[in-house]
Structures are given as C-alpha cells and as structure tokens.
Design a protein around this ligand. Structure first.
Ligand code: DX5
Ligand code: ZN
Length: 215
C-alpha cells in the first residue's frame, strides 16, 4: 500500500511557519497535519481556526486537521471555511458521533475518527463504512515528542483486518512517536498514513527523513 506522510506542524518553528510549510512540501510530504487542542479533551492548548486560515495559502498540500477537542460539532463549519480538507475527531467525545460524521461530510471533506491508546480497536468498527480514515494514536494525545506506545500495534492490525474483512478501503493513520525505528512496524501492522512531527521538523535533511518513513 502507498504510504502517505502527514507533517505535524506542532513541532515546526512557529516564527516562520510559511518557510516550514515550504520545507515540508519540498521534502515530499503528502499532507499537513494540523493539531487542534482545547485544554479540556487534552491537557494542552495549541492553535485553531485563525491560524489555519492564515497559512492555508502558503502551501498546495492538503490540510489534515486533528481535532483533540470535546465538542467538534461546534467548529466544523469554521474549520471547513478556513480550508481544512480532512477533519478527524475523537471517538471518546461525549457527543453524537454519527452527527459529527454527517456534518463533516455535508461540507465535502473527508472524515477521520481517532482513538486514544486506551480505547479498544473495536470502538471504531461500527463506523468503518461511514468514515475515510481511522487515526490510531500511538501516544497519549496532547504533546509532540513523546515515545511510541508499542501496544498500539495490535490495534492497528485488528482494525486493518476488519477493514479488509468488510472489503473497504479506509485509511489507517498513526500519530505519535513516528520515526525511523517505528515506521516499519506501523506500516507492517497496516498503517498507510504516517503523521510525524518532531522527527521531520528536527531533521537536517527533511527529504531524507520523509523517504526513511516511506521505507
Ligand atoms: C499529539 C499530536 C501529534 C504530534 C506528534 O497529540 O496529535 O500530531 O504532533 O508529534 P511527534 O511526531 O513528535 O510524536
Ligand atoms: Zn495529531
């Protein structure tokens, strides 16, 4: 399966985001991963709609928006208007998930559903026919630069098996601690979209780093 690389700008230099987006695009990244945190669903804050809006024109790459927020429904229109191409929300939110999926679709965007390390693979099974991507968090969401949690590999395999059993073509994205050592493992388990933040943005030669993730 063709591996896509989604560059998480959480680890970029925010003082020169335009240059950092250019660097990711030139290095061969496929997507820009945009992490939104509300200080409630996760114990951290990041950035939101105005930042996406202001950097949208700096790159031709698609924006892969990861909403680590308690109430995604409230903000889907604003992120769609700002230029999101994909919106991923979390399975663990308290709200009505089919409603969130429907809303993202109604804006013509692709839909991702994410699970935290403690959430079982089976939690996404009822939604597989209605979504484009499952995002398996391979660290606890909230911070860049953490260590990969190896127990998540089994969940990736279980979700890939279920997708195949149903004859679907849903993407599996992984996020957290992805670098040269962990990328072969997640690819082998069945992931085909790899988010990488600190490994890519701290690299001297980002094109080589991107190539190393593709394997
Ligand atoms: C963490 C975010 C990630 C983060 C990954 O909550 O969802 O996208 O930027 O960073 P690295 O690749 O450094 O683990
Ligand atoms: Zn993310």
């Amino acid at each position: 399966m063709n591996t896509k690389i989604s560059a998480s700008i959480l680890s970029a230099d925010f003082g020169c985001l335009r240059d950092e987006l250019g660097r990711a695009e030139k290095a061969g990244c496929d997507l820009i991963h945009f992490d939104v945190m509300d200080g409630h669903f996760v114990p951290n804050l990041s950035y939101g709609v105005p930042v996406l809006k202001s950097i949208r024109h700096c790159t031709d790459l698609k924006f892969d928006v990861h909403l680590m927020i308690t109430d995604p429904l409230k903000y889907i229109d604003a992120f769609a208007d700002a230029g999101a191409d994909n919106i991923t929300f979390h399975e663990e939110i308290p709200g009505d998930k089919p409603e969130v999926i429907k809303k993202i679709r109604s804006r013509g965007l692709t839909v991702g559903m994410s699970i935290k390390p403690g959430t079982p693979a089976e939690a996404v099974f009822p939604y597989l026919r209605d979504i484009d991507m499952v995002l398996v968090m391979t660290v606890e969401p909230g911070f860049g630069g953490q260590g990969f949690i190896p127990e998540t590999l089994e969940k990736i395999s279980a979700i890939r098996s279920e997708i195949s059993r149903l004859g679907l073509s849903v993407d599996i994205e992984v996020d957290g601690g992805i670098g040269i050592k962990t990328s072969p493992k997640v690819r082998e388990a069945g992931a085909n979209v790899l988010v990488s933040g600190s490994y890519l943005f701290k690299s001297e030669d980002m094109a080589a780093a991107v190539a190393s993730l593709r394997g």
